[in-house]
Design a protein around this ligand. Structure first.
Ligand SMILES: Nc1ncnc2c1ncn2[C@@H]1O[C@H](COP(=O)(O)OP(=O)(O)OP(=O)(O)O)[C@@H](O)[C@H]1O
Ligand SMILES: [Mg+2]
Length: 232
């Protein structure tokens, strides 16, 4: 689904992504892990076109070179993004927040797909509530719902479980599995929570200092790897 080659990114003088290679296979959930500040979010932003790159290639769907496309091309190509920290609009209602996602649809559809309320019933119940009045877990469901409004083929989520109560984290994991199984999505996820990765991901990628240092099927995420790269 994504083939990333030799990506290099700098914030000013600071070299953040180093010759980064990564393959994200279609129809699976790939979980990017790694300590704070290793460049996980920067990698997601690079895929979304939100940071300038010094060099490298990001191919989508066996052909489209994303690095040559503007930011707004992503939703039209079927890439949905849930940024770290959710970034919903606090003063807009749940329904209005979801509608902001519709503008990016390439087919001009102006109704919120029913599937979103099926996956997150709380969004239907709270349709007229302001985003800022929702709990953290409800806001995260809203952020994911908003990314799903374009009916993406690739969904990118940056730490969806951060600061959220465990039952909602589990619900989000279950929704990810349903999106893969029932809707044929590919999911690329940043998540530091080990039990979550083990339960819901198919593959892991551990990053350290701006590049992957270990990867494989989730069953190969050993305690030794965790000790070496993930515990503080
Ligand atoms: N806009 C920016 N300008 C300058 N430096 C930045 C900027 N954003 C991030 N950085 C730095 O780049 C490095 C990688 O940051 P990034 O946010 O990608 O890490 P991360 O792995 O997502 O961390 P976390 O687990 O805390 O979310 C860090 O050292 C961070 O301080
Ligand atoms: Mg981050």
């Amino acid at each position: 689904m994504l083939t990333i080659d030799k990506l290099n990114q700098f914030y000013g003088e600071s070299h953040t992504l180093w010759d980064l290679d990564l393959i994200v296979p279609a129809g699976e959930c790939t979980c990017v892990m790694g300590r704070n500040g290793v460049g996980k979010t920067t990698l997601m932003k690079a895929i979304m076109g939100e940071v300038a790159l010094a060099s490298g290639s990001i191919r989508y769907d066996d052909g489209v070179e994303l690095t040559k496309r503007p930011v707004e091309a992503r939703p039209r190509l079927g890439i949905g993004y849930v940024p770290q920290g959710r970034q919903i609009f606090p003063l807009l209602t749940v329904e209005e927040n979801l509608r902001t996602g519709l503008a990016a649809r390439s087919d001009g559809q102006r109704t919120i797909p029913a599937r979103i309320f099926e996956l997150f019933p709380v969004l239907e119940e709270m349709k007229h509530r302001r985003g800022g009045d929702l709990s953290g877990g409800q806001q995260q469901q809203l952020a994911i719902g908003r990314a799903l409004v374009i009916e993406p083929r690739l969904l990118i989520l940056d730490e969806p479980g951060e600061g959220i109560q465990p039952n909602i984290v589990t619900l989000i994991g279950e929704v990810i599995r349903r999106l893969i199984k029932e809707d044929g999505l590919t999911v690329l996820l940043v998540e530091q929570k080990l039990p979550f990765a083990r339960k819901f991901a198919d593959r892991f990628v551990i990053m350290d200092r701006g590049r992957p240092v270990a990867l494989g099927p989730i069953g190969e995420l050993t305690d030794a790897l965790i000790k070496e790269h993930l515990t503080v």
